[in-house]
Design a protein around this ligand. Structure first.
Ligand code: G4P
Length: 525
């Protein structure tokens, strides 16, 4: 038992992954309500009512009524200390979204029961799988007619390649929705439209009390399906869940607040507390005495009144104390952690102490980069955060040559924040700057911030490329990798060779023509 084991065991740090409109904001809000962190529904976001998300920090978000930046929400429930790392729910998303997952210990995958597994969910799920973190599934909107629950499980297994284990099972759906059957406790959480839910204790899915309560049709169907799951389904297996190989599945309806609390309780039971993290000098235990953490996100100008830049630090071990001195491993400097902030929506409150799993925001005057390790008394680095391949590219020109210095400064800062990637051309005497982003919205945010924060006007020309690959291997003549109009060779900000492609066809052609080279989808950060 380490010195801080008790504190670590109480913590659960997770991200919610979903496709837009699956109900992430709604679910987050209900969770915060249980924790007493907010008092009224609608304080996180009331998009249609033209209220803005509590996590909407940037002006562009307000203009568009969407949440671009990832935020961190913290609340307590039944002795647990819970940190939700919020990933943007909008169609366009950035590297921040992926990197946020590096700071999470588990993920909740939210699925709309009518839509099933959607594209953005797949992308985010892949990022979870890469890290091997446990994924919990919440199938939402059971108050509406959706796909057959067995079909949904099949979809999860087929599309995502993940085994599943339903923790509860819906009784009816849409207009017939009567609640969920809790397989472990053999009870039904009864749902009645517009009324409070109640619990019906049973001796099993074939108990006569269910028949009396919900009628023959639904009772027969439930008994049949539960028998099928018991016989043919995957059994509950904690090791498989923790290894990210089996997802426990819960059914509910966030908007009617049905099934959310039992889900939360079960999740807190099963989900892992912060664990050991790998570094270049072996693994770092969360309850060890010495403090350590890494920066997973940098956000500038969150509060226009302060013009500040905040580095989000995920604590990995030890105890954070206000004003403590730590090593900034990349620069070798000692840094005093003054005035960190913890976030609950827009209210920033100073943090006095924090432990592994917590996220603190550090005021940053340009010292930090995404991926930096901070630690007490050591000189190790946590594993690098991968850089994800952008899917959108533009050519960037500074409209006003007089503002060259600001242009450079703005680009450097925004690249350091990690929201966009910078490339330069180097062949045929052409010297151009390109930027790439995982989501297209990042370009608008970039343009807006270059104007608002650095007073720089840009000319942005869209390029036809759809993805990038880092080249690994000896390339004596990069021009051999060029198919005019379809591929282009550039260098990234660390001078590594990158090829931009318009389609998969040219990637497979290059792979065939150059078996000695590897075209990597992910680069080290
Ligand atoms: P997101 O953050 O994942 O994008 O989704 P959000 O919570 O904003 O929910 C998207 C829409 O789905 C909202 O409706 C929301 O009310 C609805 N919704 C969420 N959970 C449930 C549920 O369990 N059942 C049903 N039937 N609907 C649900 P909207 O009409 O777009 O907005 P609003 O006017 O309700 O805010």
């Amino acid at each position: 038992m380490g010195r801080y084991t008790e504190q670590v065991e109480k913590r659960r740090t997770f991200a919610i992954i979903s496709h837009p409109d699956a109900g992430k904001t709604t679910l987050t809000e209900k969770l915060l309500l249980f924790g007493g962190a907010i008092r009224e529904a609608g304080s996180v976001k009331g998009r249609k009512a033209n209220k803005h998300a509590a996590s909407d920090w940037m002006e562009i978000e307000k203009q568009r009524g969407i949440s671009v930046t990832s935020s961190v929400l913290e609340f307590r429930y039944q002795g647990c200390h819970i940190n939700i790392l919020d990933t943007p729910g909008h169609q366009d998303f950035s590297e921040d979204t992926y990197r946020t997952l590096a700071a999470a210990d588990s993920a909740v995958m939210l699925i709309d029961c009518a839509k099933g597994v959607e594209p953005q969910t797949i992308k985010l799920f892949e990022a979870c799988r890469m890290r091997g973190i446990p994924v919990f599934t919440f199938v939402n909107k059971l108050d509406r007619q959706g796909k057959d629950p067995l079909e949904l499980l099949e979809e999860i297994e087929e599309v995502l390649g993940m085994r599943s284990c339903p923790m509860n099972w819906p009784v009816g759906m849409g207009a017939d929705f009567c609640g969920v059957y809790d397989r472990e406790h053999r009870r039904i959480h009864r749902y009645e439209r517009g009324q409070d839910s109640y619990v019906l204790e049973t001796d099993g899915a074939d108990d006569g009390r269910i028949r009396e309560d919900v009628g023959d049709v639904l009772a027969d169907r439930l008994a049949e399906e539960i028998e099928l799951l018991d016989v043919a389904g995957d059994p509950f297996d904690m090791d498989a869940i923790w290894a990210g190989k089996l997802t426990p599945v819960f059914f509910g309806s966030a908007v009617t607040n049905f099934g959310v609390e039992p889900f939360l309780e079960s999740f807190l039971d099963i989900a892992p507390a912060p664990g050991a993290r790998e570094s270049d000098q072996g693994s770092v235990e969360p309850d060890q005495e010495k403090f350590s953490g890494f920066v997973f996100k940098i956000q500038a100008n969150m509060n226009p009144a302060h013009r500040d830049r905040i580095a989000f630090l995920r604590i990995c071990s030890g105890r954070y104390e206000r004003g403590m001195a730590v090593n900034h491993v990349r620069t070798g400097k000692s840094i005093k952690l003054a005035l960190p902030q913890q976030f609950m929506a827009q209210d920033r409150s100073a943090v006095e102490e924090a432990y592994a799993g917590d996220v603190v925001g550090l005021f940053d005057t340009g010292n930090f980069q995404v991926g930096d390790t901070l630690c007490e008394g050591g000189k190790f680095r946590f594993e690098r955060l991968p850089q994800f391949p952008p899917e959108h590219f533009i050519r960037l020109t500074n409209k006003n040559a007089m503002r060259y210095k600001q242009f450079q400064k703005g680009i450097n800062q925004l690249v350091e924040e990690g929201a966009i990637q910078l490339y330069h051309t180097f062949m045929e005497g052409i010297d151009e700057l390109y930027i790439g982003a995982v989501g297209e919205l990042q370009f608008q945010v970039f343009e807006h911030r270059m104007k608002g924060e650095y007073n720089v006007d840009l000319i942005m020309d869209r390029l036809p490329f759809r993805f990038a690959r880092w080249v690994s291997g000896e390339v004596s003549d990069p021009s051999r990798l060029v198919y005019r109009g379809h591929t282009r060779c550039v260098k990234d900000s660390r001078d590594r060779l990158v090829v931009l492609f318009t389609s998969e066809f040219y990637l497979s052609t290059l792979e065939q023509d150059h078996p000695d080279l590897t075209f990597l989808k992910l680069a080290d950060g």
